[in-house]
Design a binder for this molecule. Structure first.
Ligand code: S3P
Length: 436
């Protein structure tokens, strides 16, 4: 992570051929977590081997769980049961991964031991009070910095279920409370006013754990053992999103992205791009490991600016760096609002996207919860990714539509979600050079 990687993208070209992007990051984290807590050996194929998922894996290894992964995407987890984790001897370093930190805080709050979560500089800036406050209502003993950030010291406690309405649309918060709920006395009830990704709920079902979901209210009782599972993890639509945008903005593109997860709580990027005029065909829809997948075919299209429907924001939250690059290439203006959460990601994505687009000659106006992008003609320039993987990959795609070379600094973080991104992009036709 301390490596200094620069992407240099030559202007023009298009994306052609077929690609399979790596496994879904959200599901890969959960496979490790639920596999570790299950009673017996679980297996998953299509597992994402990245810096973020390795952080989760090594945290559980530090708590006595045997996990092995091979180069073919298989991961085997020797689950120790709900009460089988052992106390870690060192702080658990979760690197850059917000999902690991937030989900694991819930799981650790109910253990019979103490633990500490630490992370890198970016993770240490991100808000943890959103999980700490409800966990304390459940009886958890957790300390953070005065700013409500890492390091987080957790003294395991007996927990009690609560009835809680999520104040922010966050799957990480929802999942944290569901994990704490596994250890709580009585019922944990969570009301989710806005839909967010539902992979935790699906994993609970895969483990045979009773969870009731009616109209955005989730109910679960603690104490049932989780059954081991054998699942296939679909390709990550958040990684596919860069190529969906790249192929849309580069004339003559013709691309097939295989076996992409199109869970309705994740696939709004396709809906948004289609509203902008993108030519995306959903082919060969099927179920894989309890998740819907499909092959996505994309051809170049003339895009138009839109007002992004607020109902789609929370279910496309990770795709906005890419979507805003599409907006920069569209005719007319695109309005994004209701997306304040973007300010709390690996970087402040409203500011990082706006700064990058302005370097490339695009007019952008930001607001506390979004931005207005005036579509135009991209020029070359040097963009700073702010150490954020999705900013690096989104601006690499911008090179396809730019009139000059696009240089992106500080791209090492791409390894947190898509190791091999530059190689895949190059094979599809992007002229990208990676320099350390
Ligand atoms: C994730 C949830 C989202 C997303 C993150 C992964 C998850 O965060 O941005 O990349 O796996 O639950 P929030 O739930 O905080 O919005």
């Amino acid at each position: 992570m301390s490596r200094n990687i620069t992407f240099t993208v030559q202007p023009g070209g298009c994306l052609k051929g077929r690609v399979r992007v790596p496994g879904d990051k959200s599901i890969s984290h959960r496979v490790i977590m639920f596999g570790a807590l299950a009673n017996g050996e679980s297996h998953a194929s299509g597992f994402l081997q990245s810096e973020d998922t390795r952080a989760t894996m090594s945290a559980f290894q530090q708590m006595g769980v045997r996990i092995s992964a091979d180069d073919l995407g298989n991961v085997y987890i020797h689950g120790v049961g709900l009460r089988g984790l052992s106390a870690p001897q060192q702080p658990l370093d979760l690197g850059n991964s917000g999902t690991s930190a937030r989900l694991m805080s819930g799981l650790l709050a109910g253990q019979a031991f103490s633990s500490e979560i630490i992370g890198d500089a970016s993770l240490t800036r991100r808000p943890m009070d959103r999980v700490v406050l409800p966990l304390r209502q459940m009886g958890a003993n957790i300390e953070t910095s005065a700013a409500g950030t890492l390091p987080m010291k957790i003294q395991g406690q007996a927990l009690t279920g609560i009835d809680y309405t999520l104040p922010v649309a966050s799957a990480q918060l929802k999942s944290c409370l569901l994990l704490a709920g596994l250890y709580a006395d009585g019922e944990t009830v969570i009301h989710e006013p806005t839909a967010t990704r539902d992979h935790t709920e699906r994993m609970l079902s895969a483990c045979g754990y009773p969870v009731q979901i009616i109209d955005g209210t989730l109910r679960l009782r603690g104490g049932t053992e989780l059954q081991p599972f054998d699942i296939q993890i679909p390709a990550d639509i958040s990684s596919a999103a860069f190529f969906l945008v790249g192929a849309s903005i580069a004339p003559e593109s013709d691309l097939l992205i295989e076996a992409v997860g199109i869970n309705p709580t994740r696939s709004a990027v396709v809906d948004i791009l289609r509203l902008m005029g993108a030519q995306i065909d959903i082919r060969n829809k099927r179920l894989l490991g309890g998740e819907p997948v499909a092959d996505l075919h994309i051809g170049a299209a003339r895009l138009r600016g839109i007002d992004i429907p607020p109902a789609l924001v929370s279910i496309a939250i990770d795709e906005f760096p890419a979507i805003m690059v599409a907006a920069a290439c569209a005719d007319g203006r695109t309005l994004l609002s209701g997306a304040e959460e973007l300010r709390y990601k690996e970087s402040d994505r409203i500011e990082s996207v706006a700064a990058g687009l302005r370097v490339l000659g695009i007019t952008v106006e930001t607001s506390p919860d979004g931005m207005i992008v005036e579509g135009g003609k991209l020029q070359g320039g040097e963009v700073i990714s702010q150490g954020d993987h999705r900013i690096s990959m989104a601006f690499a795609m911008a090179g396809l539509a730019a009139s000059g070379q696009v240089v992106i600094k500080d791209c090492a973080n791409v390894g947190t979600s898509y190791p091999g991104f530059a190689e895949s992009a190059q094979q599809l036709g992007l002229e990208i050079e990676v320099r350390e």
